[in-house]
Design a protein around this ligand. Sequence first.
Ligand SMILES: CC(C)(COP(=O)(O)OP(=O)(O)OC[C@H]1O[C@@H](n2cnc3c(N)ncnc32)[C@H](O)[C@@H]1OP(=O)(O)O)[C@@H](O)C(=O)NCCC(=O)NCCS
Length: 180
Amino acid sequence: METYIMKTKRLGLRRWNDADLIPFSKINQDPRVMEYFPKLLSQQESEEMIKKIEEKTNENGFGLYAVDLLSKKEFIGFIGLSRPNFEASFTPCVEIGWRLAYQHWGKGLATEGAQACLAFAFNLLRIPEIVSFTAKENQRSIKVMEKLNMKKAGEFMHPNLPEDHSLRKHVLYKISREGR
Ligand SMILES: CC(C)(COP(=O)(O)OP(=O)(O)OC[C@H]1O[C@@H](n2cnc3c(N)ncnc32)[C@H](O)[C@@H]1OP(=O)(O)O)[C@@H](O)C(=O)NCCC(=O)NCCS
């Protein structure tokens, strides 16, 4: 029996396991999924990312969770909370983020999982404010933020990308526990 941190109608959010590496690596090698990221990830980079996520989850008491489609017991990506590793006017903060396999897009799954994460963050962890950000061109992700009732709080240049990088311009969205 799988131990889920959160369950929604269609999704189970859980800690990562070894079997997630191959399907996660496929997601990170799909140019459609990675359109708004600087590059595709090798299998080794995906493995390192899972390790980092798990370490940060242990440290913070929350994290980016592996997502299963409950009907098929199939791993389809991640949704969850993290602390950004760069400095900006709005850090330190807690961010909500998502990445799903292409074949599962467009069915409301990211919004469904993220809604559960916001409830977890506000009601259980008592975090006062959650942010989200993405490249300005990433309309799909922005749509998810808007469906979560997050409000645009500004734009910024992502400090981890080179000055002339086309993806550097980001939008910042926020939602607070009080103003939900
Ligand atoms: C962003 C992502 C998680 C969304 O997953 P999803 O399960 O398809 O999201 P949802 O179905 O909950 O919502 C997507 C919304 O975007 C809309 N949408 C899809 N394509 C769009 C586009 N090109 N422009 C504007 N809106 C778009 C959908 O219609 C839907 O809104 P609706 O429910 O009102 O119709 C998924 O596309 C993904 O994994 N992308 C790659 C990773 C990524 O960019 N992550 C965020 C980086 S910070």
